[in-house]
Design a protein around this ligand. Structure first.
Ligand SMILES: Cc1ncc(COP(=O)(O)O)c(C=O)c1O
Length: 283
């Protein structure tokens, strides 16, 4: 495997992670996960735009422009002959003697490498179980930062309860999943939490909202409660690696009739068609 490390492509064994990299000690950095279909980086520009926004929000100056990053990531995909998978990219504030305040002189450290990823076909066809977990994260969940401990704990709770994903809630308000956004269908309306500081504005979330509009499905970005979710006709998660996954049960309560609903299935078909069109366009 070749790894992109500050502009160079190196074998994994030659990448040296420094003991005092601030990502390692403080989670002081930002990241992205970008899906690769047919050798193409899917929705690359929105991912890079979000990386720039996340970096700015933590006052980390990126020394690379989005177009330089795009070129480097395309080279990474080509060098690894990656066809169907994902790319993980992180940028830390750099290496410096351990102290909380920003170091006077440190250069950001960028690492990117391929991750395995494949369409979760069975989950998409059958739907999955989810569980409610209190959202204990900080108040800047809009930043895709390396600090993922609360997300890790929530996901582990879900796994221990035999669920695929944790649905996070602050009080009664559902925010998002531990690594995904959450949508519900009420009648003919698709609803998801607004993109504010309480959630990550998922690239897939935004893509699905656009797809829904194109498919003539009404959308509303407004908070909803746990009870709204339990009483919804349909519910699903979205994320880069999972695309759209129907939620058919939450803590033992069936959602709708307990199988993936018609609007979710329509969006899944539209999503798969959009992926296919992207692959064909680039060939
Ligand atoms: C907390 C959280 N929300 C939402 C998402 C979905 O974002 P995207 O669609 O950009 O993958 C993720 C992705 O990992 C996430 O970690």
């Amino acid at each position: 495997m070749l790894v992109l490390w500050n502009g160079q492509l190196l074998p994994r064994t030659e990448v040296q992670v420094d003991l005092e990299d601030r990502a390692y000690q403080f989670g002081d950095g930002v990241y992205e996960v970008i899906r690769v279909y047919g050798g193409q980086l899917f929705l690359l520009n929105p991912h890079l735009d979000r990386l720039v926004r996340s970096a700015r929000a933590i006052r980390l100056d990126l020394p690379w422009s989005p177009s330089q990053l795009a070129n480097q990531l395309r080279e990474l995909v080509a060098a690894n002959r990656l066809v169907d998978g994902a790319v993980y990219l992180q940028v830390s504030r750099g290496v410096a003697p351990r102290a909380h305040a920003f170091p006077r002189a440190s250069q950001p450290v960028l690492v990117a490498y391929p991750l395995p990823a494949s369409r979760p076909t069975e989950a998409q066809e059958r739907g999955v179980r989810a569980t409610f977990v209190e959202d204990i994260r900080w108040l800047r969940c809009d930043i895709k930062s390396l600090n993922l401990l609360a997300n890790v704990l929530a996901k582990e709770t879900a796994v221990e309860r035999g669920a695929q994903e944790a649905i996070l809630h602050r009080g009664e308000t559902v925010t998002e999943g531990s690594a995904s956004n959450v949508f519900i269908v009420q009648g003919r309306v698709l609803r998801t939490h607004p993109a504010n500081h309480l959630i990550l504005d998922g690239i897939t979330r935004r893509f699905v909202l656009d797809l829904a509009a194109r498919e003539g499905i009404s959308t509303v970005e407004a908070p909803f409660t746990r009870e709204d979710l339990l009483n919804a006709d349909e519910a699903f998660f979205t994320s880069t690696t999972q695309e759209i996954v129907p939620i058919v049960e939450v803590d033992g309560h069936s959602i709708g009739v307990g199988v993936p609903g018609p609007i979710t299935r329509k969006l899944l078909r539209a999503f798969h068609a959009a992926v296919q069109a992207t692959i064909q366009q680039e060939v």
